[in-house]
Design a protein. Sequence first.
Length: 227
Amino acid sequence: MKAKLVEAIDLAPGIRHLSFETGGEPLDFAPGQFVSLKESLNGSEYTRAYSLASAPDSNRFDLCLNLVPGGAFSAYLFTLKPGAEVELMPPLGFFTLRHPDRDAVMIATGTGIAPFRSMLHAHLRNIKAHVTLLFGTRYEESVLYGNEFQEFERQHPNFQFWPTLTRPTENWKDRTGRVQSHLDEALAGRTDLDVYLCGLKEMVDDVRGVLKAKGYDRKQIIYEKYD
């Protein structure tokens, strides 16, 4: 299947939001899944997986990706202009909302926010469960989709968005430090939540260890690592 780039927006330094369409073919996926893009560059074939960052919407979908230092494929994607086409593999993955009726904490770092954006756009208006999204990044300019999530807070009393910065300026008035330092606040002493984790291996492994020590069953900890 071919996908055509419709729009490219810089979200932060080295991070870009890409919107594609698949012509007349609908893209059927579960929010939280990923697609793989495939291309031949300089005689070598590359295939890279990216979490879908949008809710299912017929033939349209969004991705959010890093410009990887030394990464040939991400550098290629960053050169694409609207109208360019890429080869698209079918959606895959099991990082999806397991129990929509169960309160949840979602924890992301960097572009690990992408599958949560997909889940929230698809499910938040239809669920009564309480969801806290804890997002960690270095700088305020890298709080990806921050305005969207703040608008979700205003529209949905059952949703909270907690960005936290490891390198805040003196003007930053919200949470600071790594996401791990705010885990107890998000859990509020409960062990009956589902916890979803997406981001770099260090964060995912650290939080999983803390949750297991608190008595969480492995089935309550749903995760996807980005390295």
